[in-house]
Design a protein around this ligand. Sequence first.
Ligand SMILES: [Fe+2]
Ligand SMILES: [Fe+2]
Length: 291
Amino acid sequence: MRIIQISEFHLRSDGKLSFQKCDTRAFVAKTIDWLRDLEPYDLPDYFVVSGDLAEGGTREGLAMVREELARLPRPAYVVPGNHDDRNLYLEMLPDNAPVASDIAPYICYTVESQPVRSIFIDTSLPGKHWGGLADPVADWLEAQLDKHPKTPTIVFGHHPPFESGLPAMDEGFENRDRMAQIFEKHKDHIIYCCGHLHTPLITTWHGVSCRVSPAVCMQMEVDFRTPDSPDVTTKEREAGFKGGGDRFYLANPACYIHNFVDGQVNTHYVPIPVGADYSGPWPFKYYEGEH
Ligand SMILES: [Fe+2]
Ligand SMILES: [Fe+2]
């Protein structure tokens, strides 16, 4: 069994470049082209997009995302990121996010595939860039895991619950202790896959293997400097340097292929050629009138 995970579309519906540099519509379309053209023997059981689908969470952007996902030859499941509106997900993406009635409006559901099931959780917090586990989501997740405590399970969310070491991205995770408690209880049979960081990262947190997906749009510069690091230049300081983890390159996207073999989930990093020019780093900075 195989799942292909992609993340971070940030699709703009107004034709403008994201952060004045990235043609997110073209990056997404070319990524979907590449996935659609995979040889039949390379196709996964399903695709997962781990959030930040439409820049500004707009209805128009989400409609474009829905059209792109419909071009894929297998089902595509989604979770919301900090740029997304969960109510629009409920209204516009019922096939891509078949939300369990007992947990709506949180975008949480289970796909009971064999031999690995997937549990999708909503880590978005309306109006906030960082993530967390709302109490109803925590209760629901724990109940799902308790139901089949031996079934290999991939939990998909948008935000990593752990510190990344990229200071501008480390804004905390609400209800982190509860997440840690759930992970420890179920660490023998789950892994956690997410996005948000725009760069691949693999770690273990409270006994659970965690895998952060690379991005489709805007690959994060891996920069560990804090705002008061002696290595910050005067020019950067004057520009309001917030710490590493706040700039991107126009690099090619990549996906993760999660392949279940011999009782374990192997994750392969596979670049997707879309002709990116690798310029940068550019700041993740909104300009006048943008959001
Ligand atoms: Fe993102
Ligand atoms: Fe995000």
